[in-house]
Design a protein around this ligand. Structure first.
Ligand SMILES: Nc1nc2c(c(=O)[nH]1)N[C@H]1C(S)=C(S)[C@@H](COP(=O)(O)O)O[C@H]1N2
Ligand SMILES: [Mo]
Length: 313
């Protein structure tokens, strides 16, 4: 059974008081879509039942025991589908993942749009078991399926001005009920520095646990950056924009004092509302220590040499 993290923290990464007020008003208003975070166990986990073609074991895989598929598909954040941990499992069935295209623009010699069917053939699909840590204090171990983000750079020519990459999630009012509310500044946009995006650990994920990506986990294509907090992994991506200046992300706009651009997992830099020194694995009872860069320091610490990670949190 899924053991939920205790209610010793607020149920949402979303901060500003006004938004909490808005949400409470909605709950008091009796909207059937909203369920309190302390409610019963979430909706049943949906196996997509769709297998991906052949996959091969990829590099950097952890040999830790994966979190159960049930936990990973019933507990999570996807605010386009609602503010509670079980909202994505309840509401993401409304997402249509075909047809789906991904547009690449900004600092590229020529903007391009790819169909998801073509993207799935870009590179052999790898299974990589990575640790995932949310800034809220829960963590998981997930066998993702995908290929390195860097494969994209074989298909587009970036200009010399490209220094950062933006990841834009779908924002469709019709499929995503909470796009109507200003929980975040939609569309959900995340960002990385170009060298972070190009790092061989950075994964475009199209599946997990041997299956096509469940909708609540960001179908049909999402990002995974395992040394950063979970929110760096934008779900259901429709646009990738190469830019010269450090992007404004949805989280920075929501609470600039709480969410820095880098968001590297760092047990020494507490978040305003949650300590970052420990974490609770979904399905486990005792907490464990959080490791710098989520345990991937050997691979990525050099990306930040000379930077003060208290300032650039
Ligand atoms: N588009 C979009 N992507 C998103 C989010 C979101 O709300 N919208 N939430 C982020 C957060 S806070 C986390 S912890 C991870 C959760 O991914 P999971 O549901 O696969 O565990 O997705 C990230 N990607
Ligand atoms: Mo998160």
């Amino acid at each position: 059974m899924l053991i939920r993290p205790p209610a010793d923290h607020l149920p949402s990464e979303i901060t500003p008081q006004a938004l909490f007020e808005k949400r409470r008003q909605l709950i008091l208003g009796g909207s059937a879509l909203l369920v309190g975070a302390s409610g019963t166990l979430p909706a049943t986990a949906a196996s997509t039942g769709e297998k991906l073609g052949k996959t091969r074991p990829g590099p950097f895989s952890s040999d830790e025991k994966p979190t159960s598929f049930e936990s990973m598909t019933s507990y999570g954040n996807f605010y386009e589908f609602g503010p509670d941990k079980d909202s994505p499992a309840k509401n993401a069935h409304r997402l249509r993942t075909r047809p789906w295209t991904l547009t690449i623009d900004g600092e590229v010699k020529q903007a391009r749009t790819f169909a998801i069917e073509d993207i799935l053939n870009w590179a052999p699909l790898e299974e990589r078991t990575y640790r995932l840590r949310c800034v809220e204090g829960w963590s998981a171990v997930v066998p993702w399926i995908g290929f390195p983000f860097a494969e994209l750079l074989k298909r587009v020519d970036i200009t010399g001005n490209a220094k950062f990459v933006e990841f834009w999630s779908l924002a469709d009012r019709e499929q995503m009920p909470y796009i109507r509310l200003p929980l975040l500044d939609w569309p959900y946009v995340e960002g990385l520095r170009l060298d972070e995006a190009m790092h061989p650990l950075t994964l475009f994920a199209v599946g997990m646990y041997g299956e096509v990506m469940p909708k609540q986990n960001g179908a049909p294509i999402r990002l995974i950056v395992p040394w950063k907090y979970g929110f760096k992994g934008a779900k259901s991506i429709v646009r990738i924009r190469f830019v010269e200046k450090q992007p404004q992300t949805a989280w920075i706009k929501a609470a600039p004092d709480e969410y820095g651009f880098y968001s590297n997992v760092n047990p020494d830099v507490p978040h305003k509302r949650w300590s970052q020194s420990q974490e609770r694995r979904l399905g486990e009872f005792f907490k464990r220590k959080t490791l710098p860069f989520n345990g991937y320091g050997e691979q990525v610490a050099n990306l930040y040499s000379g930077m003060d990670l208290r300032k650039h949190f």
